[in-house]
Design a binder for this molecule. Structure first.
Ligand code: COA
Length: 224
C-alpha cells in the first residue's frame, strides 16, 4: 500500500477516496479503508459509541497486566472531540451499498475496525496515539496502514518533519505485548528518545497502575 498516492478526503474536501488497507478475513474480500471523517462525524452517536467501545476493549486487553483494575482508555466525549478537531483517522470496511447522503458513518462508509489519533505537538513534530485494531482484523496491515496514514498526514498536510509516539511499559516484569509492540515500532523506524513522567501526563491513570512503569517516547524523522 502506498498511501502517499491517495488523496486525504478530509483535507482536500474531495469525496471519500480513502487509503486502502487489506482486511485479513479470508471470507471477506472487502479491502479496509482509512479516512479522517468530516468534523460532523463528532455528532454521530453510533460512531462515537462504536469507536469508544473498540478502543476501550482493545486497551483493556492489551494493558490488562499493567493496571490493577479495569480502566477506560477513552470516552465518547474524547472521541467526539478528536473527530471534531479532525484528529482521528478511522480504518473501516466499506459498505457495498454505501449511501453518500446518509448521515451516519456506518451507512455512508461502513464498519469501523480500527483508529489512530494524531496531532501537532510542536512547530516541527506530530504525535500519534490511541492506535487500536479490532482483534478480528489484525495481522493484515491495518495497524501499519493507520501509522503510515498518520505520518503522511503530518508530513504532507502539516509540513511536520518528525512523528512521536508514547509507549507505557511495566518494568517489574516482561510484558510480551509491549515488547512485541516496541519491536514493531522500531522496525517502522521509531527510535527511543526520551522517558516521560506518566504521573504528570495522566494522573488519573497513574494511580491505577499495578507497579512501576516506564513511559517511553519514540520518534521518527519523516522524509520522502
Ligand atoms: C498494535 C496493533 C494496532 C497492530 O495492528 P495490526 O492491524 O495487527 O497491525 P499490522 O498487521 O499492520 O502489523 C502487525 C504488527 O503488529 C504487531 N502486533 C500484532 N498484534 C499485536 C499485539 N496483540 N500486541 C502487540 N503487537 C502486536 C506485531 O509486531 C506485528 O508485526 P509483525 O507481523 O512484523 O510481527 C494491534 O495489535 C492492536 O490494536 N494492539 C493493541 C493496542 C495497542 O497496543 N496499541 C498501541 C498502544 S501504544
Amino acid at each position: 500500500m502506498d498511501i502517499s498516492e491517495i488523496a486525504d478526503p478530509a483535507f482536500t474536501n474531495e469525496a471519500a477516496e480513502s487509503t486502502p488497507a487489506p482486511s485479513q478475513r479470508s471470507d471477506d474480500n472487502t479491502k479496509a479503508m482509512i479516512e479522517v471523517p468530516p468534523s460532523s462525524a463528532a455528532d454521530d452517536k453510533h460512531l462515537t459509541e462504536a469507536l469508544t467501545a473498540l478502543v476501550n476493549a482493545v486497551y483493556s486487553t492489551a494493558e490488562r497486566d499493567i493496571y490493577s483494575t479495569d480502566f477506560e482508555r477513552t470516552s465518547t466525549e474524547d472521541v467526539a472531540d478528536l473527530l471534531r478537531a479532525g484528529e482521528l483517522a478511522i480504518a473501516y470496511l466499506p459498505r457495498p451499498d454505501a449511501n453518500e447522503d446518509a448521515s451516519s458513518f456506518h451507512q455512508t462508509w461502513g464498519t469501523p475496525i480500527g483508529c489512530i489519533s494524531m496531532k501537532q505537538i510542536s512547530p516541527t513534530t506530530g504525535e500519534f496515539g490511541m492506535l487500536a485494531v479490532d482483534p478480528a482484523h489484525r495481522g493484515a496491515g491495518v495497524g501499519g496502514g493507520l501509522v503510515r496514514f498518520a505520518e503522511e498526514r503530518c508530513y504532507r498536510n502539516l509540513g511536520l518533519g518528525a512523528m512521536r509516539l508514547e509507549l507505557l511499559a511495566p518494568v517489574h516484569f516482561e510484558h510480551g505485548g509491549k515488547t512485541r509492540l516496541q519491536a514493531w515500532y522500531e522496525s517502522l523506524g521509531y527510535v527511543h528518545v526520551e522517558l516521560r513522567d506518566f504521573k504528570g501526563a495522566y494522573p488519573h491513570l497513574h494511580e491505577l497502575l499495578s507497579g512501576p512503569t516506564e513511559f517511553r517516547v519514540f520518534e521518527k524523522r519523516l522524509v520522502d
